[in-house]
Write a new protein. Structure first.
Lengths: 394, 169, 223
C-alpha cells in the first residue's frame, strides 16, 4: 500500500503490520530491559516517564519498519531529545542552585559534569601531561555522577557502535537545530548554501585543529571557554569580568545564529555541519565504521534531491558521481528517504552496493536505536519525570 | 570467492557491532570507565588546587596547605597557593589565621573571613601578605582561579597569588 | 678561562633551548602548522621552506640578542615599553596570518596549480618564500617566557658576540623541536587540507588579535 507523504518527495511504501511488529520486537524487549530498573525506584513520575519513553521509542521504531523510512521518525526522537534535555538540565540547575551560571566554587570543587564536546581538546594534555583540563572529577561523586571516567567510557562505548551516527542518534544538542530547521516550509538562502556550503563544510575541521592546538598550548578547554553555543541552554561560567562577559556574548550569538536563525532559514543543521568540532572529530570514525550510505549509479538520475535534503551538506555532485557520501555523513537517512529512484541506499561495507540494502538498514538501525533508547531515552524519561514533577496542578 | 569472504567478514563485523551494543550498558561502559579511572590522570591544578603539602591543626579545625601551582606553557592563570579550611561547619564565626605557606616556620599570610549565617550566602575574605612572596587580597570572593575565598562543600578554599618575582615571570 | 666561560654559556643556552622547546613549539607551532600545510607537497620544497622559516626566526633571535645586550639586563623587568611591544607584535602576527590566509603574497600564477585561498580572485598564486621569512621573523621576536629568560641571561654576558652566540645555541635547542614538521611534507595537499589550514590561520589570527589588543588596552588604561 502506498500513500503520498506530505513531508517527503516520494510515496511511502508501507510494509505489512505483522512483519513490522516482528522486526520491532527486539527493540521493545530492549526498551523493557533498559527501563525496568526505573520501576525499582520510588516515584510515580519516574515510572510514568519510563513507560512513556518505552512506548515512544518502540512506537517510532515500529513506524520506521512499517513505512520503510528512517529520517522522519528518527527526527521526532532527536528533536524531542534536543528540547527536553536542556529543559531537564536547566530544571535541575535551578532547583539546586537557583541559576544556570557556574560559580568558580563549583569548578574548584570538581562538581562540573563532563560534556562530550570537550573530548578532542583534552586528548593532548592528557596524553603528554596526564592532566585533564576540565573542572570535573575523575571518579563519580555524590554531587557529580557525570564524572570524567564515566562519560569518556560512555562516549567511547557509544562511538564503537555509532561512529559518526552519534550526531543523529546520541547528541543531545543536534535536535535543537533539527527542530528549528523543520519549522519553515520554504528553504531560504539556498543559493548561499549551494555556493558556500562546500567551503563552510570545512570550518568544523579548522575549529577542531584550532581547539586541539589551543587547548594544548593554553591548558584550558578552549571550546568550552570560548566557542560552545550550547552554553546558552545549559550552564556557563558566571559573568564576573569583561572576559567572561565577552565569552557569554559569543555563546549567545553562536546559539542564536547557528542553532536558531540559520537552521530556520536554510532548513540545514548549520551548527552541526558548519561549526561543530566534535562532529568533525566523530567524522574520523566514518573511515572505519562498517555502515554507510551509497548511491547506485545505474538508478541515479542526478536530480540532486538527495543533496537538497541532506541536513549537513554531506553530499557533493562529485561524491554522488563516485557513489558515496562525504566524510561528514551522519547517517540520518534523509537522502535515502528523499530519493525517488531508490538510488540512495544503506550499505554494509564489504557487501555489494544496492544488494539487500534493507538488511544493511536493519542491522544498522538495531544498533543505533538500541543506543538511542539507552542513552537518549534515559534522558527523555528523566525530563518527562521532571515535567510531571513541576506540573502546576499537582 | 573474494566477494564471498568479504561479505562473510562484513556480516560478522555487523554482528559484532550488535553484540557490542548489547554489552554497552552491562559491561563495556564500566570497563572503559575503569580504564580511564586507572590511567593515572589527574585534574589540572588550576581547578584542583594541586597536591597537598602539609596539614596544620587548629582548635576544632585544620588548614590544608597545598603546593604552589605554577601555570604551564601559556596557561593564562597567575601562580597561586591554595589553602583549605575544614570542616567549614566547625569553623568559628570569625576566622583570622596566620599561616606558614612555604614550611619555613615563619607565617607568610594572614587569612581572615567571617562565616555567613546562611551557608548559601557569598563568602568574602581578606588575605594580608606578611612578606613579599605573596600578594594581598582585599574583600575578595571569587575573583579568579588564583584569587578567591569561597566555600565548596564543607570547606573554605582560599587561593593566594604568588608575586611575580617569586613566580619568575 | 674565557673559552671555558663561553662554552659553559653555550651549553647552558643549548640546554635552555631544548628544555623550553615545547613552549616554543606551543607558541610558534600553531602558526607553523597551518602555514606548512598550505605549502605544496614535496620534501625538497618543504625542507627549504622550513629552513627559511627557522633562519628568519634565528634572525629575529639575533636582533633581540643585540637589543638585549645593548640595553642591559634592565629590559625584561624595568622597561615599561615591553607590554606595548608584546601587544604590538601579537597584533602584527595576527595581521600577517590573516593576510596569508587571504592569499598574500600574490605572485605570477601557474595554471597547473589549484588555488588554495579562501577567496579566489584571479589566477592561483605560487607559494612565495617571503611568507616563510615574515612569519619566521615575527615568531622569532615574539616575547614568550623562555625567550625572555634567555634574554635576561644573555644581557649579563660580557660581550655582544657572547650574547649572539648564546642565542644561537638557544635557537639550536628550540629548533630541534620543529624537525617533526618536516613530516608534514608527506601530507597530501588536497584543496580541502589547504583550505582548512588557511581557516586555522584565521582563527589563530583572531586569538592573537584578541590577546594583543587586550594587552594594549590594559596598558593604555592602567599604564
Amino acid at each position: 500500500m502506498a500513500s503520498r507523504s506530505s513531508t517527503l518527495a516520494r510515496p511511502v511504501a508501507f510494509r505489512s503490520v505483522g512483519r513490522s511488529i516482528l522486526l520491532t520486537l527486539p527493540i521493545a524487549l530492549w526498551s523493557l530491559l533498559m527501563f525496568t530498573p526505573s520501576f525499582q525506584h520510588a516515584g510515580r513520575d519516574t515510572h510514568i516517564g519510563a513507560v512513556v519513553v518505552m512506548l515512544f521509542m518502540t512506537g517510532l521504531f515500529f513506524l520506521m519498519m512499517r513505512t520503510g523510512e528512517t529520517y522522519r521518525w528518527r527526527r521526532i526522537f532527536f528533536v524531542a531529545l534536543g528540547f527536553l534535555f536542556p529543559f531537564g538540565f536547566i530544571a535541575a540547575l535551578v532547583a539546586e542552585r537557583g541559576t544556570m551560571s557556574i560559580p568558580i566554587s563549583r569548578m574548584v570543587s570538581g562538581d562540573t559534569p563532563f560534556c562530550f564536546m570537550v573530548t578532542p581538546g583534552i586528548i593532548l594534555p592528557a596524553a603528554f601531561a596526564h592532566t585533564i583540563i576540565f573542572p570535573g572529577s575523575i571518579l563519580p561523586t555524590a554531587s557529580n555522577p557525570h564524572s570524567i571516567a564515566i562519560m569518556i567510557g560512555l562516549w567511547f562505548a557509544l562511538t564503537l557502535v555509532l561512529g559518526k551516527a552519534w550526531c543523529s542518534y546520541a547528541c543531545f544538542f543536534g535536535g535543537i537545530e533539527e527542530g528549528f530547521a523543520a519549522i519553515a516550509k520554504r528553504r531560504r538562502l539556498h543559493r548561499f548554501i549551494v555556493r558556500f556550503g562546500p567551503r563552510l563544510r570545512l570550518v568544523p575541521w579548522a575549529i577542531l585543529v584550532f581547539v586541539v592546538l589551543g587547548s594544548a598550548a593554553l591548558f584550558e578547554p578552549v571550546y568550552c571557554m570560548w566557542l560552545c553555543p550550547f552554553k546558552a541552554v545549559t550552564e556557563f561560567p558566571a559573568v564576573r569580568n569583561v572576559e567572561t562577559a565577552i565569552q557569554m556574548g559569543i555563546f549567545v550569538a553562536l546559539f542564536v545564529g547557528l542553532v536558531v536563525v540559520l537552521p530556520f532559514l536554510t532548513k540545514k543543521r548549520t551548527q552541526c555541519g558548519f561549526f561543530c568540532p566534535f562532529g568533525a572529530f566523530q567524522s574520523l570514525f566514518n573511515k572505519i565504521h562498517l555502515f554507510e550510505i551509497r548511491f547506485n549509479r545505474e538508478k541515479c538520475v542526478d536530480c540532486t534531491l538527495c543533496q537538497t535534503s541532506c541536513p549537513t551538506v554531506a553530499l557533493s555532485a562529485e561524491s554522488i558521481r563516485e557513489g558515496k557520501t562525504l566524510l561528514n555523513c551522519m547517517k540520518c537517512g534523509a537522502c535515502v528517504d528523499a530519493c525517488k529512484k531508490d538510488a540512495a541506499v544503506w550499505h554494509l561495507k564489504g557487501t555489494p552496493v544496492a544488494v539487500k540494502p534493507e538488511r544493511a538498514r536493519l542491522l544498522f538501525l538495531y544498533g543505533a536505536w538500541a543506543m538511542a533508547t539507552m542513552f537518549g531515552g534515559s534522558i527523555l524519561a528523566n525530563s518527562v519525570a521532571t515535567m510531571l514533577h513541576w506540573l502546576p496542578w499537582k | 570467492m573474494r566477494a564471498r569472504i568479504l561479505a562473510i567478514l562484513a556480516y560478522t563485523g555487523a554482528g559484532l557491532i550488535l553484540a557490542v551494543a548489547v554489552c554497552v550498558p552491562f559491561v563495556l561502559m564500566g570497563v572503559f570507565s575503569n580504564v580511564v579511572a586507572h590511567a593515572g590522570l589527574h585534574i589540572d591544578a588550576t581547578y584542583s588546587g594541586g597536591t597537598i603539602a602539609r596539614t596544620i591543626e587548629r582548635n576544632g579545625y585544620r588548614i590544608i596547605v597545598y603546593q604552589p601551582v605554577q601555570p604551564r606553557l601559556f596557561e593564562r592563570v597567575e601562580p597561586f597557593v591554595q589553602l583549605a579550611f575544614e570542616p567549614a561547619d566547625s569553623l568559628p564565626a570569625r576566622v583570622s589565621d596566620e599561616v606558614d605557606l612555604d614550611g619555613d616556620g615563619q607565617p607568610d599570610v594572614r587569612v581572615s573571613f567571617t562565616m555567613p549565617a546562611d551557608p548559601g550566602a557569598k563568602l568574602r575574605g581578606n588575605v594580608t601578605a606578611l612578606n613579599q612572596k605573596y600578594v594581598s587580597l582585599a574583600n575578595v570572593a571569587d575573583e579568579s582561579f588564583s584569587r578567591m575565598v569561597v566555600r565548596t562543600g564543607n570547606k573554605i578554599v582560599v587561593r593566594v597569588p604568588l608575586s611575580s618575582e617569586v613566580a619568575g615571570r | 678561562m674565557a673559552a671555558l666561560s663561553l662554552s659553559a654559556s653555550a651549553g647552558e643556552a643549548l640546554v635552555l633551548g631544548l628544555a623550553t622547546g615545547p613552549v616554543c613549539l606551543a607558541s610558534c607551532g600553531p602558526v607553523v602548522l597551518p602555514w606548512m600545510l598550505v605549502q605544496p607537497q614535496g620534501m625538497r620544497l618543504h625542507t627549504r621552506q622550513l629552513f627559511l622559516f627557522l633562519a628568519a626566526r634565528l634572525a629575529g633571535y639575533l636582533v633581540f640578542a643585540t637589543a638585549v645586550w645593548l640595553v642591559g639586563s634592565s629590559i625584561p623587568h624595568a622597561w615599561t615599553g615591553r607590554s606595548w611591544l608584546f601587544g604590538g607584535i601579537e597584533v602584527l602576527l595576527a595581521a600577517g596570518l590573516v593576510a596569508y590566509a587571504a592569499g598574500w603574497p600574490r605572485r605570477r600564477s601557474t595554471p597547473a596549480q589549484p588555488s588554495s585561498r579562501l577567496v579566489q580572485i584571479g589566477e592561483a598564486p605560487r607559494p612565495l618564500l617571503s611568507g616563510a621569512l615574515a612569519l619566521g621573523f615575527l615568531t622569532g621576536i615574539n616575547l614568550c617566557p623562555p625567550f625572555l629568560v634567555a634574554g635576561i641571561r644573555a644581557a649579563q654576558l660580557p660581550h655582544l658576540s657572547a650574547s649572539l652566540l648564546f642565542f644561537l645555541f638557544f635557537f639550536a635547542g628550540t629548533a630541534v623541536w620543529f624537525l617533526p614538521f618536516l613530516s608534514l611534507g608527506f601530507v597530501r595537499r588536497t584543496p580541502a587540507v589547504v583550505t582548512v589550514a588557511r581557516m586555522v590561520a584565521v582563527l589563530l589570527a583572531c586569538w592573537y588579535m584578541f590577546s594583543g589588543v587586550s594587552i594594549l588596552i590594559e596598558r593604555a588604561i592602567y599604564g
